[in-house]
Design a protein around this ligand. Structure first.
Ligand code: GTP
Ligand code: PEP
Length: 204
């Protein structure tokens, strides 16, 4: 069944640990909750997405996902992002998903138009579309058609790793640079940048 968007989420109280020097545990949990809600709201607005799937080991994250009519995959075993995504992809394939779009829950400026831009580049499969982070190091959005055509290589240098995976499989790669989607909140400097952007937007 069509296009599935998969959102991986760490336990809400544990995610964004690299912001611990500037945010308390409660603040990080609230930030994670807010960013997951906003990601799910944005995905719900994209008509082309047939199903949202959230993979997490946190019952609170999974329960929030269900409020947005998302399907859920409960993670178990050793926490590992690529394993979690692989498992979620197998579930999507069981429902005959043809296309997969992976979006982490830490993209505070993600918009519907970002997703449309990715989907515009996704014509004529087989194809992999990658939106890197602003450092051209990580992978902020990863689209593939058909589902499962490449293996997940999230972690340091994942942008180049995913490009390489696609090349190994002989699949066309589209790199989609989008300024809003390129900001993921990892480090205190990313939070500072977000605050600057938000301040600019509310000025007359
Ligand atoms: N389901 C699942 N999601 C994960 C896992 N690791 C990371 N994620 C999610 O994948 C996305 C990208 O992860 P990171 O940018 O490393 O975020 P993070 O792990 O919260 O950040 P740090 O704790 O600071 O390393 C975020 O939405 C995370 O919640 C995992 O083991 N399982
Ligand atoms: C795991 C990743 O996320 P980040 O770089 O945000 O930690 C990645 O982009 O591969």
């Amino acid at each position: 069944m069509g296009l599935w968007a998969i959102v991986p989420v760490k336990p809400l109280r544990r995610g964004k640990s690299r912001l611990a020097s500037v945010l308390s545990e409660d603040e990080r949990a609230l930030l994670n909750f807010t960013m997951l809600s906003s990601t799910l709201r944005t995905l719900q607005e994209v008509e082309e997405i047939d199903q949202i799937l959230v993979v997490s080991r946190d019952p609170a994250a999974l329960s929030l996902a269900r409020e947005y009519k998302a399907r859920t995959v409960q993670e178990d075993g050793q926490p590992e992002l690529n394993t979690a995504l692989q498992r979620a992809t197998v579930v999507a394939q069981m429902y005959a998903a043809q296309e997969i779009l992976i979006l982490p829950a830490d993209l505070p400026l993600l918009s519907v138009s970002d997703i449309h831009r990715i989907l515009q580049r996704a014509k004529n499969p087989p194809v992999v579309v990658i939106s890197p982070d602003r450092r051209n190091d990580g992978t902020n959005a990863l689209y593939m058609n058909p589902a499962g055509i490449i293996e997940y290589r999230y972690g340091p240098g994942s942008f180049h790793q995913h490009v390489e995976q696609a090349r190994l499989k002989g699949v066309r790669v589209e790199v989609c640079q989008l300024s809003t989607l390129s900001l993921d909140l990892d480090l205190p400097e990313d939070l500072d940048l977000l605050k600057q952007i938000e301040a600019m937007q509310i000025e007359p």
